[in-house]
Design a protein around this ligand. Structure first.
Ligand code: GLN
Length: 483
């Protein structure tokens, strides 16, 4: 059952060949057996899952089923779930039970999905390897001594290991696409504002966006449909009508203009990845697309700009964790300063502290113009590069990551970790949709192909990835040891 895609499982559920209760029990057994080695789930809501599955089976029996009714999923632990632990991968929220659901959680529940549990992640979504979780690193199912990517590393690993039909992720600078690439699955970060951020714990509010992670582009399309739409509780959520993402999956690619940024194929890119991406592009060309070299002249400034803007916003967003209102509080505070200092000092991990310090520094009076303002100007230049490129091409394609999954513990200095985000942060800086789909292997480790499109063009990206998945089978490979 677990080897089927979400869409295939939905057909079986609809035909009543399997029930949601059976599917949920099946995954619960797999989680109990396989999760201890992977550490992909932080908590499993067995009771909640069983009762939602029963309700889904009733709806299915009554003929009221939608495309997601009875489908078991995991939620990244950044989403508030009412009455269920919501830790954001941090000690500071260790005992926090959210008093309400994130809009994404409500919407997916209303669509009939069954939440199996919460997925491990880098603390406050800061990281590219999932090694920054207070609750321990996640193992990559393809090679257990490798990282699954981050920050949605738990989500990616559990989808790759088939411990749920799909999962949610969030992407501030690549956290859906990079782990999707490292774990050989498909993930899409939609246009900024496509999905409500209400109840999604904020990291860098102008960059954060939720999205689905699944085995195929088709599965992602179904999930994205359920997650998208305006929400009056998030004023930055788009009021534009949500298109039918599945309706155009089968469109042909004839005449599609794909831009290949020359800056993506320079120094730092692993040779096997370059080869795999070029082969993928050749497949798309055979399917009717037209390839065109383009330039994104400000590409080399993306990482420095991102690593000023994201920490600046984080330092502001994380000021709410003060040991007073909710979350961890130190023992026996002597006075209010001691309470703040020790609660935050003991509650946050090193990377989070580093970001808060960098952000506070960049925003401080004497440095604001030199760092934050400059980074915002660079952000505009990066965005202009895309606007220019989309005058010439319909979408942009390239590698998702410069390397395949690296070894746990291998990257010790923060800068080398940040460089993993080389190809992903620009879509966040510009608010554009980006997708990663499997396009090959290097020494047994998956490689991701990234597609970036103009604003609101998720349907196009899903269409291209779906067409690619009709002519290739990279997305069908599965790791060993997950039977
Ligand atoms: N790796 C990036 C960071 O650490 C992106 C994280 C994300 O997208 N949440 O900030």
């Amino acid at each position: 059952m677990h080897d089927k895609t979400l869409t295939e499982q939905a057909s079986l559920l609809k035909a009543r060949s399997i029930s949601s209760v059976e599917l949920v029990d099946h995954y619960l057994e797999r989680i109990a057996r396989l999760n201890p080695d992977l550490n992909a789930y932080l908590c499993v809501d067995e009771e909640g899952a069983k009762s939602s599955a029963q309700a889904a089976d009733k709806a299915l029996a009554a003929g009221n089923a939608g495309p997601l009714t009875g489908i078991p999923i995991a939620q990244k632990d950044i989403f508030c779930t009412k009455g269920i632990a919501t830790t954001c991968g941090s000690k500071i929220l260790q005992n926090f039970k959210a008093p309400y659901n994130a809009t994404v959680v409500d919407k997916l529940a209303q669509s009939g999905t069954v939440m199996l549990g919460k997925a491990n992640m880098d603390e406050f979504a800061m990281g590219s390897s999932n090694e920054n979780s207070f609750y321990g690193a996640v193992a990559n199912p393809w090679q257990r001594d490798r990282v699954p990517g981050g920050s949605s590393g738990g989500s990616a690993a559990l989808v790759a290991a088939q411990l749920a039909s799909a999962a949610t992720g969030t992407d501030t600078g690549g956290s859906i696409r990079q782990p999707a690439a490292f774990c050989g699955i498909t993930g899409i970060k939609p246009t900024y504002g496509r999905i409500s951020r209400y109840g999604m714990i904020a990291y860098a509010s102008s960059l954060d966006q939720a999205g689905p992670m699944a085995r195929t582009a088709e599965d992602c399309a179904v999930l994205l449909q359920a997650m998208s739409g305006h929400d009056e509780k998030d004023s930055t959520s788009s009021t534009l009508e949500v298109p039918d993402f599945t309706a155009t999956l089968n469109d042909k690619l004839d005449g599609l203009r794909i831009g290949i940024p020359k800056e993506y194929f320079g120094e730092g890119l692993d040779g096997d990845i370059a080869d795999a991406v070029h082969s993928a592009l050749a497949e798309l060309e055979k399917a009717g697309a037209i390839l065109k070299e383009i330039s994104l002249p400000n590409q080399s400034h993306c990482i420095p700009a991102y690593y000023v803007i994201a920490p600046a916003e984080a330092s502001s967003n994380l000021s709410r964790f003060d040991g007073v209102r909710f979350g961890y509080r130190c023992e026996n505070p002597q006075n209010i300063d001691d309470l703040y200092t020790r609660s935050r000092g003991e509650g946050f991990g090193d990377e989070v502290k580093r970001r808060i310090l960098i952000g506070a520094y960049a925003l401080s009076a004497g440095y604001y113009d030199a760092y934050y303002l400059k980074a915002q100007q660079v952000r505009q230049l990066v965005s202009n590069d895309f606007t220019d490129a989309f005058n010439e091409v319909d979408v942009i394609a390239g590698p998702t990551t410069p390397t395949t999954a690296f070894k746990t513990g291998e990257k010790t200095d923060p800068i080398s970790m940040y460089l993993n985000d080389l190809f992903t942060v620009s879509a966040n800086l510009s608010g554009l949709p980006g997708l990663s789909a499997p396009c090959g292997f290097s020494e047994g480790l998956p490689i991701g192909l990234q597609l970036v499109g103009p604003v609101q063009q998720e349907a196009r990206l899903l269409n291209i990835a779906h067409q690619y998945q009709q002519i290739t089978d990279w997305h069908k490979h599965t790791p060993e040891g997950i039977a």
